[in-house]
Structures are given as structure tokens and as C-alpha cells.
Design a protein. Sequence first.
Lengths: 110, 248
Amino acid sequence: MDQLLDQARSIWEGEVDFEGQRLADLLTYALLSLSGAIAFLVGFSTQDIYQTLYIGLGGTALTFLAVVPPWPFYNQHPLPWLQARETGRVALGTLGLEGISVEVDGQRVS
Amino acid sequence: MHNNLTRIQNVFGFFTSVAFAVAAVIAVSVVLSAQSPSASLQLRNVQVVKGRPHYYSTKREEYAHVKFDLDADLSTLFNWNTKQIFAYITASYPSSDPSTIPRSEAIIWDAVIPATNAPAHPNTYIHPSLSQSNARPKTKADRLAAQKPYPPGKEPGILKLASQKPKYQINDVSGRIAERANATLTLHWNVQPWVGALVWDSRGTLGRWQGLRGEMAGFDFPALKGTEVKKEELRTETGGERNRGSPA
């Protein structure tokens, strides 16, 4: 049941990794600006304002489709989590994790 | 941009910015399309009679009934951002004291002339047929052409009206309009765009926009006529609007 809820939450949230966020941001501005420019130029050259309206709305729909769903290409650079600490500081040595240092506000806590 | 909701918000937010920017560019782009309206407006007949403002009124006022000929070409006002043109004719006459009181203007006729791609609306003006034939349309193409608000084979904005009855009889606030001199008939219009600013008519040239060319009619209001004027002669005409006789 918990697994099912986790899956549902993941679909609802649709989270992507940091590189994916950068890419989604870029795509938003590029696609919308481009469709706005094309919409105006086509409408002006054909002297038909309906072309501008429909190309602009179509480009916006395309941008929504390209940016909003968490497509696989937004999750190409997942950041690995630290391994879970099992039983405090003593366990670190036994797990071979001495090299890992966790800092909070400049102070080393482990 | 980390989850669906923020991505939707960001895309929609930037979409509104792009839409506003494109609309602004469209609104400015109309200065590039040259326009050269021309019109010749002639007075055909003017009569002044006594009448009542409404049926139960005991007030008797003077009403002027102005017939005119109009030959206008406003087709260059239709650029890609023009939705419709509101054309109207005013009769203007000087006040009793021109140094302090400005001239009075009263609209005697008007028309809403839509662009070809404007959606149909019952208030749009339908130009009377030039051929004067009232033959019923035979083919489907004829029927479609007959529904167009301008003559077949023409573009919108061309007006050829002969001995046109006014839409509105006019009177003065004083109740007297007979025997006033130095009156003029003038054609005016508003260009209503899809996006952007409403543009009034102008007489001067502004960049690629030429002012109205052609002469307007000057006249004097005649003396009051008695009962010898036939009622039919003083009828007004709503034009060719589809909802003739019923208000919008």
C-alpha cells in the first residue's frame, strides 16, 4: 500500500533532477519566445492575424507538452544519495565510510 | 522547475509575457501599412419639419432630415489588424455665439463595416446592392455573396450610396434648427483593431497614413416646412443591418 502511494505521489509530483530543471527552464524560454516570433512573422507576412493566434496558441500547447511531464531526458543525471548510516559513528568504520564527512553550518558532524 | 506544478506555473507565466509582447508588436506594426482613404460626400436634400421627441410629448421641436450621396473608399483602412470600421456622418453647424460656444455636431448616419475575417454579427452594415436588382440568389455562391456586408466582387470599406436616407433625424438642444447657415456634412470613422489602440479619423498625414481626401458638403438648413411634406419623405432608414428594426 505504501509503495503504491509512493508511486502515485511520484507521478503527481513529477520531479526531475537538477540538470533536467536547467534544461526545462531553457526549453520554456526558447520554445515560447520562438513560437511568439514565428507567430508574428507568419501572421504579418500573410496579413492574417488568425495565423498569429493559432501559431501562438499551438506553440504554447507544444511547450506545455514538452516541459511539464517528467520526460526521461529530464532524469539523465540523478544524484546518488549518501548511504544510510546504520548505527551511528562506530558503524562508519565497519562500513568503510570513514572518508565521508557531513558538514552542517561549517561544523563537521560526522 | 523541479516538479509538475512549478513547471506549469513557469510555462504559463512566460506565455502571458510572450502573448503581451506579441500583441504589443502587432499593435505597433499597423503604422507600416499605408492607408489613403478618400470620400466624396454630397448633400442631396435637407428638410426641416416640426415634430415631437416621442409620442406622449407635448413639446414641439424642429427636426432636420438630411439626405446625402456618399462615394467613399475606406478599403485601405483594413490592414491585418483591423477588426471593423465604424463609419459615421455628422452634420455640424455653428452655435448662436461662435466665440464662446463651439459648433454642434449631430450624427445622421452610421455603419459598422467588418473586415472579411471578422465573425458574423447582426449589427454589421450590409451595403445596398449596386445593381439595384432584387433577383433572388440562384446558386450557393450567389447566396453567400449576398450575405457579405459589401458589394459582390468588392472589398470591405467601399461605400457607394445615392440619395441615402439618414438613420437619425437631428434637432438642436434649443428645439430650433431651421435656417441655420454654415452647416457641413463630414464623414468620420473609428478603426477598431483586433489588438491595439482605437484610431480616429484624421485629416492630416501621419507617416504612411494619409488623411482623408475628397470634399465634404457644406449647406444651410432651410426654413421650416409646413404640413405639405409627405411623411414617407421623412422616413429614416436603419441601413442594411440584419437585425433591422430590433435593437442590438
